[in-house]
Design a protein around this ligand. Sequence first.
Ligand SMILES: NC(=O)c1ccc[n+]([C@@H]2O[C@H](COP(=O)([O-])OP(=O)(O)OC[C@H]3O[C@@H](n4cnc5c(N)ncnc54)[C@H](O)[C@@H]3O)[C@@H](O)[C@H]2O)c1
Length: 340
Amino acid sequence: MKILVTGGLGFIGSHTVVELQNAGYEVVIIDDLSNASESVLDGIEAITSTRPEFEKLDLRDRNAVSAFFKKHADVEGVIHFAASKAVGESVHKPLLYYENNLNSLIYLLQELVEKNEASFIFSSSCTVYGQADELPITESAPVKPAESPYGNTKQIGEEIIRDTAHKYQNFKAIALRYFNPIGAHESVEIGELPLGVPQNLVPFITQTAAGLRQELSVFGNDYPTRDGTCVRDYIHVVDLAQAHVMALTRLIEGKNKSNYEVFNLGTGTGSTVLEVIETFEKVSGVKLPYKIVDRREGDVVAAYADTEKANNELGWKSELSLADALDSAWKWEKKVRGIQ
Ligand SMILES: NC(=O)c1ccc[n+]([C@@H]2O[C@H](COP(=O)([O-])OP(=O)(O)OC[C@H]3O[C@@H](n4cnc5c(N)ncnc54)[C@H](O)[C@@H]3O)[C@@H](O)[C@H]2O)c1
C-alpha cells in the first residue's frame, strides 16, 4: 500500500518513513527541500535497505499537487508533515506561514476528497493548548488562543481537517498533537538538522556541547516549577514515528471511532530545563556551559501529556527515555560535526 509522506525528508518525517517502510508500507515522499537535504534519502536507505520514491515539489503549487495525484493515483494514505515551523519567524512573516501551512494543507485535501477512500494524518502540536489549566493535558483540554501565527496555523489546520472529515465520509483523519520531539535514529543515519541558530533546547544543547555555540541560555529560573525552569514533555522521535504508523494503520483498518480523531503524543512525564541539562551531561560526559537569563516571551510554564487516550485507543506508548533520546541526539551531533 502506497503512502505519501509530505515533508518526508525533514526531522520527524524521515524517522516516520523508516518506520513505515519497516512496517511494510511503500512510501513516496514530497519535499521542497526548504528545510531538508536530499541526502536524507541515503540515510533512510542505509537503515531500511529501501530507497523511497521522492518528488521534489512545493505543496503551495496547486497544479503540481494535482499532477502528483494523477501520477500517483495509488496513494491511499497521507502523512502530512510539510510546514514551516519556526515560532519566532512566524511572528515576523505571518503571511508566509499562513500561505505555506494552510494552502499546502488545502491543496492536499482537495485531492484526497476526490478519492474513493483516503486516510490522513496531520502533524499538530501541544501548542494548541497554550498554558493548560490542568496537568497532565488531556485531549479534551480547551484550545487556547494561539500565541503565534505558527500556532494558529496548527489550530486552523485542525479545524479545516475536522470540517472536511465532517462533510466527506470517504475521508478519515487523525490529528496528532506532539509534545517535544527530540533525539535521532539509533543507527545515527538520520537525525535533526536545524538551519541557523536552533530555537529548541536539545539541538541548542548538542551544538553547545559540540562547540558551535558558546553558551546555552536558560530562559528564566523563577517559574513556579520544582527548580524554577520550564517543564516540557520530551518525546523520542522514534517513538513518535511509530505512533504515526499506528495511527495510519488504525484508519486504514477502519478501527477509528469517528472519522476525525485527535491524540496527544508525549511520554506523560515532564522534565525541567535543568533536568535535561543534567541528564545530557550524564549521558555525554560533557559539561555544558549555561547561564540563566530573563524569561522568553510566549513560553508556557509547564506542559506534559496525559497519554491515556493514545495508550488505550491507539495502543501506543512511548518506550524510550529522556536519556536514550539525549544520547542519540549527541551521537548524531558528533557525527554531523565529525567529532570522535
Ligand atoms: N519538531 C517539533 O518540535 C514539532 C512539534 C510539534 C509539531 N511539529 C510539526 O511536525 C511537522 C514536522 O516537523 P519537523 O520538525 O520534522 O520539521 P522539518 O522542518 O524538519 O520538516 C518539514 C519538512 O517539510 C518540508 N516543507 C516545508 N514546506 C514545504 C512545502 N511547501 N512543500 C514541500 N515540502 C515542504 C521541509 O523542507 C522539511 O523537510 C511540522 O508540521 C511541524 O510543524 C513539529
